[in-house]
Design a binder for this molecule. Structure first.
Ligand code: AMP
Length: 396
């Protein structure tokens, strides 16, 4: 795997695909700069080698050409502060003026291009557009893990114009290395915590995991599909009626493969989908009509925490309940705490994919687990075992 550590950028212009798709408020101020901060080590390494940097990214989902609220120019002041460099801005990502600006860059200088998605050719993966973008650099670096599952012009197609001059930035390299620590080299016992809303959105990952892990723990909304499939009464809980057979198939496959497959034994139920609803705890398969399960119960928390603490490698994807509501966040927090404790005792823990990342951040535990992935959809597809176009384009 070629990374920027294998290249000396002295006198070179690096064209970096970054993920600067950050949230902005009504005054176009950045409300969460995590993604920008994540790319700083990559940019700084190139500048300190004596190279110059051209940054390209998308921001939001512009539907029809340029729009003020999606302009990357709003990021320039903050990026300049973070880098301690006066970042230049090109009002277009392709064209003579923008290319002139990038050709004029001197070592240590940084140019940010306007939003790639102001051109529909970007998401269409248009080759001519990719070729125009390629004029901005001597070396192409992909550091946008968040879009690595997309075969867009700037994330994948462009790589062919740099057959020998392309590499991963640190964000991409870290994501790949850390997922591989679980999926390829995971030390046993290996445990996966799978939560979230629906079986249907996690089924491919669960199937993939059955060949790798010793234990799978199920939580969140999908627990009730498993409970109902086994003949339980789940009241008004979230159930995917058309996935009941699939749930039984997964249970059978787990048994056949010798994977310990744990579903909740008890559930915290509510008479309403609201933080201030009345609450009651019951066995997971004995939820009364008019009540819905919104969190794992105390016995399940204990059982899951014990399994987690016995594991050497832990993957966590998806919350154990509706953790956005404090009344139903206890199970998710208990699992987070158990993973932190296991990590303190030497386990490798990776939190990846959407809402479990949000949960870890909510409890300020980002630095207490081994690795938190930055890419939601990309991480899910990677865990599903799919080849990501953004990774393939650099490797080939
Ligand atoms: P996902 O994006 O599939 O990981 O699902 C995350 C969402 O699932 C979160 O917004 C949770 O609130 C929701 N969720 C978790 N547990 C439940 C549950 N028991 N009933 C309904 N929604 C749930």
């Amino acid at each position: 795997m070629k990374t920027i550590d294998d290249i000396n950028f002295s006198g070179k212009r690096a064209l970096i695909r970054v993920d600067f798709n950050v949230p902005l408020n009504d005054r176009f101020e950045i409300t969460d700069d995590t993604r920008i901060k994540a790319t700083l080590p990559t940019i700084k390494k190139i500048l300190s080698d004596g190279g110059s940097v051209v940054l390209m990214s998308h921001l939001g989902r512009p539907s029809n050409g340029p729009e003020e609220k999606f302009s990357l120019k709003h990021l320039v002041p903050h990026l300049s502060d973070l880098l301690n460099v006066d970042v230049q801005f090109a009002g277009d990502c392709i064209g003579e003026t923008a290319v002139f600006d990038s050709e004029e860059l001197k070592p240590g200088e940084v140019l940010l291009l306007e939003n790639l998605r102001f051109y529909k050719e970007e998401t269409a993966g248009d080759e001519e557009f990719a070729e125009k973008l390629a004029k901005h650099g001597d070396i192409y670096i992909n550091d946008a893990f968040g879009t690595a599952h997309r075969a867009h012009a700037s994330t994948a197609v462009i790589a062919k114009f740099f057959p020998n001059d392309k590499a991963f930035g640190y964000v991409m390299a870290n994501e790949i290395i850390n997922v591989n620590k679980v999926m390829q080299e995971g030390k046993k016992p290996l445990l996966a915590v799978m939560g979230g809303a629906k079986v249907s959105s996690k089924i491919t990952i669960i199937k993939q995991l059955l060949d790798k892990v010793d234990t799978i723990i199920i939580g969140g909304g999908m627990s009730y599909t498993f409970a109902k499939a086994q003949g339980g009464s789940v009241g008004n809980s979230m159930v995917e009626e058309d996935k009941l057979d699939l749930a039984l198939e997964i249970l059978a496959e787990a048994k056949e493969k010798g994977v310990e497959f744990l579903i909740p034994v008890d559930s915290v139920n509510a008479d309403n989908f609201a933080n201030d609803a009345n609450k009651a705890t019951s066995k997971v398969d004995a939820i009364e009509d008019g009540w819905m399960g919104l969190d794992i119960g105390p016995e399940t928390e204990k059982m899951y925490a014990e399994a987690i603490k016995k594991s050497a490698t832990i993957l966590w994807n998806g919350p154990m309940g509706v953790f956005e509501m404090d009344s139903f966040a206890h199970g998710t927090k208990a699992i987070a705490d158990a993973i932190v404790e296991a990590t303190e005792n030497g386990a490798f823990s990776l939190v990846g994919g959407g809402d479990s990342v949000a949960a870890v951040k909510k409890y300020k535990l980002e630095n207490s687990v081994s690795y938190v992935s930055t890419g939601g959809g990309a991480m899910l597809e990677y865990l599903e075992g799919k080849e990501l176009p953004g990774i393939k384009a650099i490797l080939n």
